[in-house]
Every structure is written in C-alpha cells, then in structure tokens.
Design a protein around this ligand. Structure first.
Ligand SMILES: Nc1nc2c(ncn2[C@@H]2O[C@H](COP(=O)(O)OP(=O)(O)OP(=O)(O)O)[C@@H](O)[C@H]2O)c(=O)[nH]1
Ligand SMILES: [Mg+2]
Length: 263
C-alpha cells in the first residue's frame, strides 16, 4: 500500500479494504439481507469487469467490480448479506466497517419487496450510519405475484431516501438505479434520511456523550458519524472500538512508515 500524491486519509482507509483507488472512481457499496438479489444486481451492473478475493484478514468473500454510467466509471463493492449491522458476526462487522470507515460515496441497500418489514431493519441501520443511501426494492415480480402492493412514494417519504423498484433477474429498473446513484454522487440528489429517535433517556445520554467523544477523538472525529458512534458506545459495543483501533490508529502508523521509506 504505497502512498501516492493522490493519497488521502480516506483513500488509505479504502485501500485498507482492498479497494483499488488508483482508478479514482466513486465507491458504491451494495448491502442487503441474504438472498435479496445483491449478487444479481452486482453481476448485471459489472458484467465481466469484476474480481473476487477475501476481505482483508477475514475468510469472507469480497466481490468488487466496475461499471460505467454517464461517462463516469464506478467501483461497486458487494458487501456480505446481513440482517443487521450490529457486528455480531464477521459478515456484519465487515459490512458495518466498510460503510463506517471506507465511507462509500453511495450505498445501495437491496431489499426483498415480498418481505419488506424484515428488510427495513437493515435499511434503518444503514441510514443511521450514512445519508447517501438508495433503496433497491427488488423481487417486484414476486411481490406482484403475491398481490403485495407497495406505495413507493409513501415509502420514500417515510424513509427520506429514494426507492427504486427492480426486477434484477430481468434487468428491470437497473438503469434507474444507476442514474439515482449518479445523482447522489454528483449531489444532484440530496438525501436526508429520516432518523430514528430513541427514548428521552437515550437521547439525553447521546447528548451527554457527544462532547466527550469529540474531545477524545480530536481530528479523527471529523470523518465519523458521532451520533451513531455514541449509540454504539451506549450499547457497550466493544467491536466498534476495536475497529477504530484497527483502521485509524494502525493506518496512521502505517502511513508514517511509508513516508519514511519514501524519504
Ligand atoms: N423472481 C426474481 N428472482 C430474482 C430477482 N433478483 C434475483 N433473483 C433470484 O434470487 C436468487 C438470489 O439472488 P442472489 O443475487 O444470489 O441474492 P444475494 O442477495 O446475492 O444472496 P446472498 O449472497 O446469498 O446473500 C437467485 O436465484 C436470483 O436469480 C428478481 O428480481 N426476481
Ligand atoms: Mg450474493
């Protein structure tokens, strides 16, 4: 992981997840519950321009690929299928860490339209962590077959994120999905997810914790979603502290070593 003039803290973090930053593409993450059609979307978008390996230090498969839209190339990263981002499994930890530290320019959450209630759990956890989210409401053919009707505009209003209905297996809706991602990345579409409000006690504890976190982290606080971090700390989630140690402190150490070698 050599440093180039282009390297920035964020690029280094993305490289720590094996994202090829030499291409200088916007980075798009693909999240979703298992078996919702993530790989179908991934394959339809990237075609043969993809490669698989493992997530660094993990035995979980990582697929990365490239696609073009409106004269811009994008790097698409297929995250492991998860029901939550609570980091109670390696897959959940990988998905959470990627969104938290590699900060994708947009995150597509693929959801099963026939099982919306269960799928929305992950959607809300992703929108709690990052704003730039688009919901790919997949398996719309199955929903129709089961006579499930979904009020797309109503759902967009409730969640505060764009919702694109798709039948990924047949390629339906994928151009709209790509255009929405492009609009989000170019900031033509400003996404303001509706945030979950917790009980007054929890909200008060978050408020109390925020200045402490800012104080402790200093400069590092800038790139992080501090409300989200406060909520994790209140839950007593040790894994987020381990991941911060891993990505922030190890990374800054490594970059120093790299600079010394260049001198
Ligand atoms: N009917 C229908 N089937 C679909 C659609 N999209 C994907 N599938 C099928 O659903 C199954 C699961 O799709 P995958 O793309 O493997 O799902 P995934 O989310 O990557 O699954 P995991 O990686 O195991 O979590 C496959 O048999 C797909 O062909 C769709 O829009 N409609
Ligand atoms: Mg898959």
């Amino acid at each position: 992981m050599g440093l180039t003039a282009k390297s920035s803290g964020l690029n280094l973090l993305r490289e720590a997840f094996n994202v090829d930053m030499e291409r200088n593409n916007p980075v798009i993450a693909l999240a979703g519950n298992p078996n919702t059609g993530k790989s179908t979307v991934f394959n339809a978008l990237t075609g043969l321009k993809q490669h698989t390996g493992n997530w660094p230090g993990k035995t979980v498969t990582q697929a990365q690929g490239y696609y073009q839209n409106q004269d811009q190339e994008y790097t698409l990263v297929d995250l492991p299928g998860t029901y939550s981002l609570l980091a109670s499994s390696t897959e959940e930890m990988v998905a959470r860490d990627f969104i938290c530290f590699a900060k994708p320019d947009a995150t597509i959450v693929v959801a099963d339209a026939t099982n919306l209630e269960r799928n929305l759990n992950l959607v809300l956890q992703v929108t709690e962590l990052t704003d730039n989210v688009v919901l790919c409401l997949n398996l719309m053919d199955e929903a129709e077959r089961k006579k499930i009707k979904i009020d797309i505009k109503g759902l967009e209003g409730e969640l505060g994120i764009p919702v694109i209905p798709t039948i990924a297996r047949d390629g339906i809706g994928l151009n709209q999905l790509k255009d929405m991602v492009t609009a989000i990345v170019n900031q033509d579409k400003k996404v303001k997810p509706v945030k979950v409000k917790y009980s007054p006690q929890i909200e008060a504890a978050v408020e109390e914790l925020l200045p402490e976190i800012k104080n402790t982290l200093g400069e590092l606080a800038k790139g992080l979603n501090l409300r989200w971090l406060a909520l994790r700390l209140l839950e007593g989630d040790q894994t987020i502290l381990d991941s911060m140690q891993n990505y922030y402190f190890k990374e800054s150490l490594e970059s120093e070593v790299d600079w010394n070698e260049i001198d």
